[in-house]
Each structure stands twice: as structure tokens, then as C-alpha cells.
Design a binder for this molecule. Structure first.
Ligand code: KET
Length: 397
């Protein structure tokens, strides 16, 4: 009966995680999946999260169905975080927001919504991008193309080519953008470049879809949202998917959000209804535990402040690891330039290692990075960094 079902070769990122778990070598290092580990190599439970979870457990909180679009406090928190509490679009109730199953769920709900209401749209993602962007939009029925983005020669963006490409797109084509901490390259647009890109998007009437999964890991909470706020300031209608997986260290709770900025409050209400409808038909409503945790942290001033501080501790430790790896490798291979480690931002470094070199790291040294050369710097710590530097130097020789 299932003879025609094709073999699934596995996911390039999540499959790596399984391989790492099965590896019995004690020196193994996981630098694959975009997950933050602390100095001890542990997945942290943030203090602000512990506080809310303790409250939720004493006495245990009932688990009703949540509304299709999640808790009202959760939705409001997404808007505050992304746009700032004083933003005119928030005040004018022009933003439709829903809780989603992680950032992935937000992309999926957004993609389904756009495919239904803009069936002729095409979708364009950066070259390269997070692989699942392509998967999710193709899964929703779109044709997905790529716009020029990364230029390894300058550890920067092919900016002129990117702009020229966007200029040629059709009205209502969707442009998927990373507001900060670009995955996989760690290379972001400058504010001036964002302004130019957003002007083209406005002029050409394209649909911007901003996917922010690492807010707080780049510069700070507000600066990382620059592109989102600027787009809203320009009066653009836009989609924003956000993830709390990384910045609340709540990966398995599947907490994220989708926000759609609309021209009017009346349109925002229609969109809100259609987002609910989309969700109802896929999974009905979001899980409650993660929803209560996010709601609890974000809507208590003291816990919110504590949370932001905890995100910055993670951010700073990653920066420190970038510097240390750069120093260690520069010492071992002085003829090579490793300054990319400290130029790139966020969790990832795009190392330029070939798939063959990545495979050697894995097979010979039990060091796991994604085959496209992406390394999750947040998996480094003072105990494994010398080993990783030595192994990298060996495969780069
Ligand atoms: N967007 C981006 C840019 C992203 O890197 C991830 C996850 C997501 C969305 C999904 O977030 P979530 O809330 O987990 O649904 N990226 C890491 C994990 C993965 O591949 O699923 C990664 O790139 O390693």
C-alpha cells in the first residue's frame, strides 16, 4: 500500500541533532541546531520562566482550550515587543496578532493565509536562508525563488544586486526578510540599507514578511526590531513571524507569534478572523503551558526586565565565544582571515567550510556543524572551544 511513498532523507538541521545524540564519543560537540547552551553546555531554564512556572504549579493551573489565536496578553506582548508600546499601529489597533506554534507555526499560518488571499503571489527568500523557509512556503503551495543576499568575499550583502532584483518583482510578491541575526550567515543589513530596501518594497507594492527568531541576540531588543518598526512607520502592510524559542529558551513549548500590520483597524479585524479560521482548520488552538509562561513573563514589569537581562547574558556569552574562537584560530592559522566570527551577529557563524570539511569535522572529530558551513556559536563554551579550534584548523589546513 505504501510502496509509492518516497523515502525521507531527514532534515539537514534536526537530523544532525539525532546523529549527535547517537554519537558515543565523549568529546562530541553540538554546533548544529540553533539552540543556546550555557557555559556548562546545558540548555538554560531562565529565572523569569522558573518564577512563572512555580506560580503555575502552586496550585496546578487548569488547562482549558485557549482561544484559537492564544491569550490576549500574549498577543499584546508580541505587539509591544515587535513594534514598541507606543507605536501608532498598535494604538490604532491596526495589527492582527495570533499566538502560534513557534516561529515555524507563524510562518506556516502566514503562508497559508497569503496563499488563500493572494493566490498569484510568488515568494522570494534570501540566498541563502534558513532551509525551512523554502519548505514551509512550498508546503503552502507557493513557488519559492531566491534574491541575491550573501557575499562571502566581503562578509556582507550583495546589496546592489539585491535591490536590482527586488525592483523587478511583481505587485504582491512576497519578500521574506530577516530583521536581525540572519540565519545562516549572521550578516544583516545596515539601517541605511533597510531604509532603501523598504522604499523599494513600498514603491513596488511588494508584501514584506519579516521572520524574527533571534530578537535580543543581535544588538538589543529595540534595535533588532528596527526593520519591522521602520516598515510600519512607512505605512507598509506587513507580516511578522516571531519566535520565543530562543530568547525565552522555550524551544519545546512551541511558542511564537504572527502579527499582520494592516492599513485600518477594520481590515485588521478581518485578518484576525481569517487567521483564527486558518488555525482552527490546522490545529484548532495553541498549547496552554507555553502560552501562560510567555504571558506571565511579558506582562509583569519586574519579570520582563529580568528576562531582557537574561537574554543579554546569552547574547554577551555568544559574543565572547566569537572573539575567543577567532583568536584561537588566528593563532593557529595566521595566514587566514577569521574576522568573520566577530563581524557576524546572532547565534550563527557562516564559516565558509565546505560540505566535505563539515563532514570531516563530524566523522573524524565528533564536531557537528550544518553541512552548509553554519556553526551555532552558542554551542561553544570554555571547555570545548580549544578542541573545536584545533579540529577546525586541522580540516582547514
Ligand atoms: N525562523 C528562523 C530564522 C529560524 O532560524 C528558526 C529556527 C525558526 C524560524 C523556527 O523557530 P521555532 O520557534 O523553533 O519554530 N531555527 C533553528 C531550529 C530549526 O531549524 O528548527 C535552526 O536554524 O537551527
Amino acid at each position: 500500500m505504501f510502496q509509492h511513498v518516497e523515502f525521507y532523507a531527514g532534515d539537514p538541521i534536526l537530523g544532525l541533532m539525532d546523529k549527535y545524540k547517537a554519537d558515543e564519543r565523549s568529546q562530541k560537540v553540538n554546533l548544529g541546531v540553533g539552540v543556546y547552551y550555557d557555559e556548562e553546555g546545558r540548555l538554560p531554564v531562565l529565572e523569569c520562566v522558573k518564577t512563572v512556572e512555580t506560580q503555575l504549579a502552586n496550585p496546578p493551573k487548569p488547562r482549558p482550550y485557549l482561544p484559537m489565536d492564544g491569550l490576549p496578553g500574549y498577543r499584546a506582548a508580541c505587539q509591544r515587543l515587535l513594534f514598541g508600546s507606543d507605536h501608532i499601529a498598535v494604538k490604532e489597533k491596526r495589527i492582527a496578532s495570533t499566538a502560534t506554534l513557534g516561529g515555524s507555526g507563524a510562518l506556516c499560518v502566514g503562508a497559508n493565509f497569503i496563499h488563500r488571499w493572494f493566490p498569484k503571489a510568488r515568494v522570494f527568500v534570501s540566498d541563502p536562508t534558513w532551509g525551512n523557509h523554502i519548505g514551509i512556503f512550498e508546503g503552502a503551495g507557493f513557488e519559492v525563488g531566491k534574491y541575491p543576499y550573501y557575499n562571502p568575499a566581503i562578509i556582507g550583502v550583495r546589496f546592489d544586486e539585491m535591490c536590482a532584483f527586488l525592483q523587478e518583482l511583481r505587485e504582491n510578491d512576497v519578500v521574506l526578510l530577516h530583521p536581525c541575526c540572519h540565519n545562516p550567515t549572521g550578516v544583516d543589513l545596515s539601517r541605511e540599507q533597510w531604509d532603501q530596501v523598504l522604499n523599494i518594497i513600498k514603491e513596488k507594492k511588494l508584501i514584506p514578511f519579516m521572520d524574527i527568531a533571534y530578537q535580543g541576540f543581535g544588538d538589543d531588543m529595540d534595535s533588532d526590531a528596527y526593520a519591522i518598526r521602520r516598515a510600519a512607520d512607512l505605512g507598509l502592510s506587513l507580516f511578522v513571524s516571531n519566535s520565543f524559542s530562543k530568547n525565552l529558551s522555550l524551544y519545546g513549548e512551541r511558542v511564537g507569534g504572527l502579527s499582520v500590520v494592516c492599513p485600518s483597524d477594520e481590515e485588521a479585524r478581518r485578518v484576525q478572523g481569517q487567521l483564527q479560521f486558518t488555525i482552527r482548520r490546522i490545529y484548532s488552538s495553541p498549547p496552554s503551558h507555553g502560552g501562560y509562561v510567555v504571558d506571565g513573563v511579558m506582562n509583569d514589569e519586574a519579570l520582563f526586565t529580568q528576562w531582557v537581562g537574561e537574554v543579554y547574558v546569552m547574547r554577551d556569552r555568544i559574543r565572547d565565544m566569537r572573539q575567543k574562537l577567532q583568536d584561537a584560530l588566528s593563532e593557529k592559522l595566521p595566514e587566514r582571515d577569521f574576522s568573520y566570527f566577530t563581524k557576524q551577529r546572532g547565534m550563527f557563524s557562516f564559516t565558509g567550510l565546505t560540505p566535505e570539511q563539515a563532514e570531516r569535522l563530524q566523522k573524524e572529530f565528533a564536531v557537528y556543524i550544518v553541512s552548509n558551513g553554519r556553526m551555532c556559536v552558542a554551542g561553544l563554551n570554555s571547555k570545548n572551544i580549544d578542541y573545536v579550534a584545533a579540529c577546525m584548523a586541522e580540516v582547514l589546513k
